[in-house]
Design a protein around this ligand. Structure first.
Ligand code: MG
Length: 141
């Protein structure tokens, strides 16, 4: 697992990574929060829909966003588009359980950086977060 990779990167830059988890289902938010909290090198914030996420992103500096696709208020595709419009270098991992291929393609077109399917295992979550953070390290956002 790539926890060490995340910890080394955080140590090198001198502060933990801040991740925003966006999902309309509370138990999914809790699971992903627990995944992140296996290390002190990650701090977590939660949002329950795209609207909430876009608001939080305009007020806080995040290093990465995990984005559900099917949500009320503002769904994932629209949220990804808005995020990428204003913060093009903020990486977004789409995590979906039941979105159609068409929706997933639209999320990719909107600029999502990678994709995971629910149910997500801890190892896959950590690996994807570690790799995405590594890819975006040093961009200076
Ligand atoms: Mg959902």
């Amino acid at each position: 697992m790539n926890i060490k990779k995340i910890e080394n990167m955080a140590k090198r830059r001198g502060k933990p990574f801040k991740i925003l988890i966006v999902d309309d289902e509370p138990y999914i938010r809790d699971i992903f929060k627990e995944f992140c909290e296996i290390t002190n090198s990650v701090e977590v914030d939660l949002a329950q829909n795209g609207f909430d996420a876009v608001n939080k992103i305009s007020q806080n500096a995040y290093d990465l966003v995990t984005m559900d696709l099917i949500m009320p208020e503002m769904a994932g595709v629209e949220a990804v588009a808005k995020i990428k419009e204003n913060f093009p270098h903020l990486p977004v991992i789409v995590i979906t359980g039941n979105a159609t291929e068409r929706l997933i393609t639209r999320a990719g077109v909107s600029g999502a950086d990678s994709l995971l399917y629910k149910p997500v295992m801890l190892d896959d979550f950590v690996d994807e977060v570690a790799n995405t953070l590594e890819k975006n390290l040093g961009r200076g956002f």
